[in-house]
Design a protein around this ligand. Structure first.
Ligand code: 5GP
Length: 190
């Protein structure tokens, strides 16, 4: 998506450890009108998939998923990163190693909110090594629900996640795919 690539080049900052910071429009401050356009693009890509629920992971995925959900007219469920008192009863869980923080999180979703009748679109901000997406796919499959695909805003295609998840037979649509990024030479897209 050209518009997104241009925004990444204009406002993205390259941090250490292959981390791209897009805090000014996606991950900290949110440009709502812009991210809504990303949501519309997800709708165009998955319009014929009978999506009845969008699943994401806290925290950065929530805003993106909600803005996309407006176009699908479906609810958003977000996986929580640790067990809190707010969640009661049975839960589906998976373990996910955080790319940016290097810690292992247990992610969980209440069994009340996903079940065998659901056709789920997973949405997230970044795809790097694929741990977050794999954990979300596991939750959906444990619930007996169907993963219709994954909508990713930025895929760092030079990392292993995209190929691995696609080889599992999951449709992955990324709005921007980064081939390489380097503080000296900049960002190259596929
Ligand atoms: P993965 O599990 O695919 O290795 O990493 C995906 C998760 O790590 C995303 O949910 C995102 O929050 C975070 N992440 C991975 N790479 C980046 C990056 O370059 N920049 C930012 N801001 N987050 C990233």
């Amino acid at each position: 998506m050209k518009l997104l690539e241009e925004r990444i080049v204009k406002d993205g900052l390259l941090g250490t450890g292959n981390v791209l910071k897009v805090d000014s429009f996606l991950n900290h401050q949110i440009d709502v009108a812009f991210v809504s356009q990303l949501g519309q693009e997800f709708k165009r890509l998955f319009h014929d998939c009978d999506v009845n629920k969008i699943l994401t992971i806290e925290a950065s995925g929530i805003g993106i998923a909600c803005l996309a959900a407006q176009y699908f007219s479906v609810p958003v469920v977000f996986a929580k990163k640790s067990k809190t008192r707010n969640i009661s009863g049975d839960v589906y869980t998976a373990t996910v190693e955080s790319y940016t923080h290097g810690i292992i999180n247990t992610i969980l979703v209440s069994k009340r909110f996903i079940g065998p009748e659901d056709r789920i679109l997973i949405i997230d901000d970044f795809l790097a090594n694929g741990a977050a997406l794999e954990g979300l796919i596991q939750l959906v499959r444990d619930a007996g629900a169907t993963v219709v695909g994954a909508g990713i805003v930025i895929e760092k295609a030079f990392q292993a996640g995209g190929d691995r998840i696609r080889s599992m037979g999951v449709r992955v649509e990324s709005l921007a795919r980064i081939k390489s990024m380097d503080p000296e030479t900049g960002i190259e897209f596929i």
